[in-house]
Design a protein around this ligand. Structure first.
Ligand code: XIL
Length: 638
C-alpha cells in the first residue's frame, strides 16, 4: 500500500480522523509503483519493468512426473525469476494434468508454479481451459460415447473448477486454444468440444463462423474468475506469412472476436503464440496491422509463446549467422509489440534450450538462453528493443485506482471524476511530487513537469513520481463514447518533451470500492457507524449505517469541479439510481454521492447493514445504473 504521507494529507473529513490521503492510499492498493531506476537494466525483467510491460516464460515443474522438476534446478529457477516477471505453466494447467479422471482434479503442479511466481513477485498467465490436445486418456474414450449434453456439463465443470481454483492467482487465461484449422479457407478445427461429439452448441459443420462452443467457454470462464483477463490464443495468426498478402486464419479469428465484442461476449484479448522461424515469418507491418485491428475492438494482444526455430547440429546448436538472423527477428517482434498500445505482454516458450519443446528437433535453439542458461544473441537484441522502440502509452499503463486486478493491470473504461493511476515509465519525473490543493480549492493540473489531458481538458494531478502518476478524470468526458488521454512530460533542462496519447472508452459509471488489500479485493474501505475502520476485529452490526468509499461513480449532479474538494455540506447525488447488497441481501442505501472533504468523484455510499446475515466477511456490491462495483470486496459483519 502506498504510504499516506506520500499522497499528502488533507485532514478534516466528517470524523476528523481520516484523510484524503488515507483513502487515496486505499485506492492505490493493488497498483504497485514501478521502482525508479537510474542504472542501466541488466536483465529482461528490469528492462521490461521500465516499460511497465510484463515479460514471461513458459515454465514447468514435474507435472509429468519426477525427474522433470525443473524448479529444483537452481540455475533454471534463478534464470526464470531474475529474467522474467511473468510465468505461464507450459503444461501444468492443461486437462491431462488437472483432471486425471472424471471425478478428480490435480492442482499440485499448477499450485507449485503459482507459489514460485508469488515468491518471486511474478504474475501468472493461465494456459489453458479448452483445447483439442493434451487431453487425458480417459477423456478420449469418454468422448467416444458421451452425448453432447454430457460434454457440455463436463466442460462447464472443468472450467468452473480450474479457473475457480486459480481465481485471483492468474491474471489472464487462455480460455480457448487453437480452435481454428490451418486449412485455407479456415474452418473450425475438429475436436471433442466442437464436433466429436461437441458440447451441443453450433452445427459442428466446420464453418469458420460456428464459434458457439468458444463463446460458451468464455462465459463460463468469466463466471469462474470475473477479474481475470480472458484470451483466445492461437498460432499462425500473427501476421501475413512468407510474403502473402493476407492471412485467412487471422481473418477468421478477427471475425469471431468482432462478433464477440459486438454481442458482449466476455473477451479481453487475443494471444499471438509466435512459434516462428526465418523460414516461416510473418511480416512486421502486417503484425502491427493485426494488433491495430484488435485495438479497434478494444482488445489486447499478448505475445504468448515466442520461439524462433533455426537449424541445429547434432548437439542442438545453431550457427552464428542463424543466431544473428534469429536475434533480429526477436528484436523486430518485440519492437512491434512495444509500439502498439494494445500489446500488453511478451512471453517466450521456455526458459532455456533444455526445457524448450523444440529440443531434439532439427530446427530448435529458439530461445534467449542456451543449454548453459547463458544469454544468446536473441537476449541482447531483446535488450536493444527496449532502447530502440518508440515510446507509446500502453493500454495497461492506465489502472482504475480501486479495481486493479492482482497484476495491477487493468485496461478499464474511465469514468468522469474517478481516480486513475497512469504508469508512464520510463519517461517521467525522477522524484515524487504530491499535489496540494491550491488557493482555488483544486488540485494542480501540472505536477513534476507532468501534464495529463483528457481531450482538451487538463486533469487534476494528485501524484507524479518515478513511473507513476495519479490523475482525476475530468467531468468533461461525461456522455462521450471515448476520450483521448494525452500524457506530457517536459524533461527538465534539456528542453525535451515526451508526449503520447491513448484512446480509452468512457463509462457513465464504472464504480469500484477502495480496498484495504494489495489485491484490490478483500476488506473494503468502509467505516462503521462510529466512523472507525470496519475490519474482522471491528465488525458492523445489523442495523448499523456504514460508509463505503470508492471511485468512479460517474457524474454527480450539481456542478462538480474537476479536482476540487467536495464541501462539508452534502448536496448532490449520483445521477443514476444506486442500490446495494451485502451478503447477497438488499441493503438500504441512505446516501450516495460525493464524499465531504474528499476530491470530487470520490464516492461515498451509506448503507444500512441488513439483519440476518451470518457473521464474518460478507461480500458487498454497489450498483450504479447498471454498473456494479468489483467482486471480492467484503464488509465484516457481527
Ligand atoms: C507444448 C509444451 O511446451 C510441450 O511440453 C508439450 O509436450 C506440448 O505442448 N502451442 C501451445 C502450447 O499452445 O500449449 C504447446 O506447448 C506448444 C504449442
Amino acid at each position: 500500500m502506498v504510504s499516506e504521507g506520500r499522497m499528502g494529507r488533507i485532514t478534516g473529513n466528517r470524523s476528523g480522523r481520516l484523510s484524503l490521503g488515507f483513502w487515496i492510499a486505499f485506492g492505490l492498493a493493488g497498483t504497485v509503483p514501478l521502482a525508479g531506476q537510474t542504472t542501466q537494466p541488466a536483465t529482461l525483467r528490469q528492462a521490461a519493468a521500465l516499460w511497465g510491460i510484463p515479460i514471461g516464460a513458459a515454465a514447468s515443474d514435474g507435472e509429468y512426473g519426477p525427474g522433470l522438476d525443473w524448479l529444483l534446478n537452481p540455475t533454471y529457477a534463478s534464470t526464470l525469476s531474475t529474467q522474467y516477471d511473468m510465468l505461464e505453466p507450459g503444461n501444468a494447467m492443461k486437462w491431462d494434468v488437472t483432471q486425471p479422471s472424471l471425478t478428480t482434479y490435480n492442482f499440485v503442479p499448477g499450485d507449485t508454479l503459482v507459489q514460485f511466481a508469488q515468491q518471486n513477485n511474478m504474475i501468472v498467465r493461465g494456459h489453458n481451459l479448452c483445447w483439442h490436445s493434451q487431453l487425458p486418456t480417459w477423456l478420449q474414450s469418454y468422448a467416444g460415447t458421451a452425448t453432447p449434453a454430457q460434454m457440455y456439463t463436463l466442460l462447464q465443470n472443468h472450467i468452473a473448477a480450474v479457473a475457480g481454483h486459480f481465481k485471483g492467482k492468474v491474471f489472464a487465461w487462455d480460455v480457448v486454444n487453437e480452435a481454428f484449422s490451418d486449412s485455407n479457407p479456415t474452418t473450425m478445427g475438429d475436436s471433442i468440444w466442437y464436433n466429436q461429439p461437441g458440447i451441443g452448441l453450433g452445427s459442428g459443420n466446420g464453418s469458420a463462423t460456428d464459434t458457439a462452443y468458444i463463446e460458451q467457454a468464455f462465459r463460463w470462464a468469466r463466471q469462474a474468475d470475473p477479474n481475470a483477463l480472458l484470451f483466445y490464443n492461437d498460432y499462425n495468426i500473427e501476421g501475413n506469412y512468407n510474403g502473402q498478402s493476407s492471412n485467412p486464419k487471422f481473418n477468421a479469428v478477427l471475425a469471431m472476436v468482432t462478433d464477440f465484442v459486438n454481442r458482449g461476449v466476455p473477451i479481453d484479448g487475443v494471444g499471438f503464440q509466435m512459434h516462428i522461424s526465418p523460414q516461416w515469418l510473418p511480416s512486421m507491418p502486417s503484425m502491427a496491422a493485426n494488433m491495430k485491428a484488435l485495438a479497434t475492438l478494444g482488445l489486447e494482444v499478448h505475445i504468448t509463446e515466442m520461439d524462433v526455430a533455426v537449424p541445429v547440429n547434432s548437439s542442438g546448436l545453431a550457427s552464428d549467422s542463424d543466431l544473428a538472423t534469429q536475434a533480429q527477428i526477436y528484436q523486430n517482434v518485440l519492437e512491434v509489440c512495444l509500439e502498439q498500445p494494445n500489446c500488453t505482454a511478451f512471453q517466450v516458450w521456455g526458459v532455456s534450450y533444455n526445457d524448450s519443446w523444440l529440443k531434439g528437433r532439427t530446427s530448435a535453439a529458439g530461445l534467449p538462453f542456451d543449454f548453459n542458461y547463458q544469454p544468446t544473441p536473441a537476449f541482447t537484441s531483446l535488450m536493444n528493443a527496449w532502447e530502440n522502440a518508440a515510446h507509446v502509452m500502453h493500454q495497461n499503463y492506465l489502472v482504475n485506482s480501486a479495481a486493479a486486478n492482482p497484476a495491477g493491470i487493468h485496461a478499464a473504461a474511465v469514468t468522469p471524476g474517478e481516480l486513475v493511476t497512469i504508469y508512464a515509465a520510463p519517461v517521467g519525473p525522477a522524484s515524487p511530487a504530491t499535489g496540494q490543493v491550491g488557493a482555488n480549492g483544486q488540485f494542480p493540473t501540472s505536477l513534476g513537469n507532468v501534464q495529463v489531458q483528457f481531450d482538451s481538458t487538463p486533469a487534476p494531478l494528485l501524484y507524479a513520481g518515478p513511473g507513476q502518476v495519479n490523475a482525476i478524470v475530468p467531468f468533461e468526458v461525461a456522455g462521450q463514447q471515448q476520450t483521448t488521454m494525452q500524457y506530457t512530460y517536459s524533461v527538465p533542462m534539456t528542453a525535451l518533451m515526451f508526449q503520447n496519447s491513448l484512446t480509452l472508452p468512457v463509462a457513465s459509471a464504472a464504480p469500484a470500492i477502495f480496498s484495504q488489500d494489495q489485491s484490490g479485493g478483500g476488506p473494503g474501505a468502509i467505516l462503521n457507524q462510529n466512523y472507525s475502520l470496519n475490519s474482522s476485529t471491528n465488525p458492523a452490526a445489523a442495523g448499523d449505517e456504514i460508509q463505503i468509499f470508492g471511485t468512479g461513480g460517474g457524474a454527480v449532479t450539481g456542478g462538480a469541479t474537476d479536482g476540487g474538494l467536495w464541501p462539508a455540506v452534502l448536496g448532490s447525488l449520483v445521477d443514476q439510481p444506486v442500490t446495494a447488497t451485502i451478503g447477497g441481501v438488499a441493503a438500504t442505501v441512505d446516501y450516495a454521492g460525493p464524499a465531504p472533504y474528499l476530491v470530487n468523484g470520490a464516492l461515498q455510499v451509506n448503507v444500512t447493514v441488513p439483519a440476518g446475515l451470518a457473521s464474518g466477511a460478507q461480500p458487498v456490491v454497489i450498483t450504479i445504473g447498471t454498473a456494479q462495483t468489483q467482486p471480492g470486496i467484503t464488509v465484516a459483519v457481527k
